[in-house]
Design a protein around this ligand. Structure first.
Ligand code: SF4
Ligand code: MSK
Length: 653
């Protein structure tokens, strides 16, 4: 990775990597070079859950292990490498599930504050989705006000976190066959918090020491994320801030402006971003920016918060995960406002080379050396104004070393929520997934792939995402995306309708008819729950089997890095999806655990994990899996539908 081109395929990022070196600014790419990953930890063979360790039980390299050697591969307490690998894996899932679900909980708190009228800064925007959700939850609508209904919705969903018995309410949204599988295996999650706590308990020293049992809890805990915390977050965010609909915008560091105050919002939870999007347009704030010598205020997003305000407001995106420091390196960012998750501590150090202020806003996520200004849900706009004012005041402090790669930005269309896809395909009065199912059945669309997840400094930034997605659409696979992966392909120009030219004939004809890009942006990390709902809608529309595992579909996280990605992967697999991860795989130190995840899970859940870092091989695996499912559905000889004309009908008569 020493050569510059091996660090990123993104020209903007490459320019900024050069600039960082010139400015003497140490960034993630430098640190990745200096710090090699620990091979024992990477394969899941290091246990540090008690003070008799850390115990290292690496898989011997270069020779087959004898049963006797295997027997001796244990920690001080006698824990086998199976237990250690499974325990490590489960702890990562628990952390990922906790992160998404704590996000979900904060969303419910903000939702209740709006519903109860405790804040006047926001209203509930999507009435239709609120009423639909109330009906799903069995809440009486009658002539009650929206706010009254919303309070009951919020209270029911808040109780999902601490529920001690029974199962999560949203599990009922899954296909019936899927629910039966969960019940049979005993993995239907109870309360979200309970599953995370239980995962931590089971992985404590001396508790659950059967890898099969540990991995069952992995499914339970991950399902509590996908069909619980994340799904709650997505639904309520849509009701509060609006369900995304197609919106045009731009992406990459070129969206920053030389003559305006640049403020970047980075993290995950959308409330603060929503408030900033409002105050950045206030005439008094713009006037104040002008009084400091700027021509205006430019709000841009980073990571998943960016996806949230892009999907709802078309706010441009400065970049994905591996651009958080390089955005600062432009020297043109007055403030980077952060909340939770995926925020590198390195941004504070990078900011010292320039004038950028790093503002932390959440009591759960402070960073030494940053300025902490707590965001207040109830007085959201005032809070946001304080942060914006701090950014504006910083504009005159810009140093001389400002350079924005202005040419480096791409057009994109985002906003493909489940509701939008339904509407675009079927129309307002007959909204349905029928045309999608028909096109899968007739073979114009070979299948579906959810391509999601992060960037990872151990592989060339964006390369795996973009290469994989190009291969998939060339082979008529419609791609659904979230997270930083969506940003990678947007930067590469795949999220505009014109990208249909990269597709195979079948997918191209569908995209051109409907006017959609072949790669659909469905939102942030928590919005992977939209993919679950979309997959369920395809099942329910009929003709493609009776469970998610029957669909010609697969999931890939080509450049994953976070524990949240593992939780997402585990709930995809436990929901019946064949799921491939790139970069590296955290249980390779133990064959039994890896075999269970890669093969054994298929027999139980219909979905299984796989690991493949090469994007061309990933594409082949996806396509082979799709073709296998098409064959099982009897669709391997799908033909174009023949439209009968009058003379053909007469012949039939
Ligand atoms: Fe070692 Fe066992 Fe302690 Fe883990 S729990 S650190 S394997 S002694
Ligand atoms: S932000 S979890 S780097 S997708 Fe959701 Fe991107 Fe991965 Fe964070």
């Amino acid at each position: 990775m020493a050569e510059k081109e091996a660090k990123s395929i993104d020209k903007a990022n490459l320019e900024m990597i050069d600039k960082a070196a010139k400015d003497g600014c140490n960034i993630v790419f430098d640190r990745a070079e200096a710090m090699k990953p620990c091979p024992i930890g990477q394969e899941g063979s290091c246990c540090s859950v008690c003070a008799m360790g850390p115990c290292r039980v690496p898989l011997p390299k270069g020779k087959e292990e004898t049963p006797e050697e295997k027997k001796k591969r244990r920690g001080v307490c006698g824990a086998t490498s199976e237990t250690i690998a499974a325990r490590n894996f489960l702890r990562k899932i628990a952390a990922g599930s906790a992160a998404h679900s704590d996000h979900g909980r904060r969303v419910v708190e903000a939702f209740l504050a709006i519903a109860k009228g405790e804040t006047k800064d926001f209203v509930l925007k999507d009435e239709q989705k609120l009423l639909q959700l109330a009906l799903d939850l069995g809440i009486e609508i009658g002539d009650r006000s929206n706010n009254e209904i919303a309070v009951e919705v919020g209270e029911i969903l808040m109780a999902e976190f601490g529920k001690q018995e029974g199962e999560l309410l949203f599990l009922k949204r899954a296909p019936l066959k899927r629910q039966e599988i969960w019940h049979k295996l005993g993995v239907a999650p109870r309360g979200i918090d309970r599953e995370v706590v239980e995962a931590m308990h089971r992985t404590h020293m001396g508790v659950d020491q059967d890898y099969n049992n540990l991995l069952l809890q992995g499914s339970r805990c991950a399902l509590a994320d996908g069909w619980g915390g994340s799904m709650i977050a997505t639904d309520l965010q849509d009701i509060m801030f609006g369900t995304p609909a197609p919106v045009a915008s731009q992406i990459n560091l070129g969206v920053l402006k030389e003559d305006e105050v640049n403020i970047i919002i980075h993290g995950h939870e959308p409330h603060l971003a929503e408030a900033l999007a409002v105050v950045c347009q206030e005439p008094e704030m713009i006037k104040y920016a002008k009084s400091k010598g700027a021509n205006g205020i430019n709000l841009a997003g980073m990571c998943c918060t960016a996806n949230e305000i892009l999907m709802r407001h078309g706010v441009p995106i400065a970049g994905n995960y591996l651009q958080q420091e390089t955005a600062i390196v432009t020297g043109a960012v007055e403030a980077m406002v952060v909340d939770v998750q995926c925020i590198m501590q390195g941004i504070v150090e990078a900011a010292t080379c320039y004038h950028t202020k790093i503002i932390t806003t959440d009591p759960r996520a402070k960073i030494q050396g940053a300025t902490h200004l707590e965001f207040d849900d109830i007085h959201a706009l005032d809070s946001a104004r304080k942060m914006l004012k701090m950014a504006i005041d910083n504009f005159p402090n810009r140093k001389k070393n400002v350079y924005i790669p202005k040419e480096q930005k791409a057009d994109m269309i985002a906003g493909f929520s489940h509701e939008t896809i339904n509407y675009l395909l079927g129309g307002l009065y007959r909204a349905s997934y029928r045309p999608l199912n028909d096109n899968i059945i007739n073979g114009r669309i070979r299948g579906l792939a959810g391509v999601v997840g992060c960037n990872n400094a151990r592989v060339t930034h964006d390369e795996v995402h973009v290469t994989l997605c190009k291969e998939l659409i060339k082979n008529d696979v419609l791609v659904l995306q979230t997270g930083c992966s969506a940003m990678a392909t947007a930067k590469a120009g795949l999220m505009v309708p014109e990208a249909a030219k990269y597709c195979g004939d079948g997918l191209r004809s569908v995209c051109e008819t409907v006017g959609i890009p072949p790669v659909l942006h469905m939102g942030s990390c928590v919005d992977n729950s939209r993919i679950l709902i979309a997959a369920t809608a395809v099942v329910k529309d009929g003709g493609l089997g009776d469970d998610i595992s029957d669909l010609p579909a697969a999931g890939v996280a080509p450049e994953w890095m976070s524990e949240k990605a593992l939780s997402i992967g585990q709930y995809f697999v436990s929901s019946g999806v064949y799921t491939i991860f790139g970069v590296n795989w955290p249980t390779l130190g133990n064959k039994e655990v890896t075999d269970f995840l890669f093969k054994g899970m298929e027999g139980l859940y219909g979905g299984m994990w796989d690991f493949e870092p090469d994007p061309y091989k990933q594409a082949k695996l996806v396509i082979d899996h799709i073709d296998k499912k098409r064959k099982a559905l009897g669709l391997d000889k799908a033909r174009e539908r023949v439209l009968y004309d009058m003379s053909m009908r007469q012949q039939l008569d």
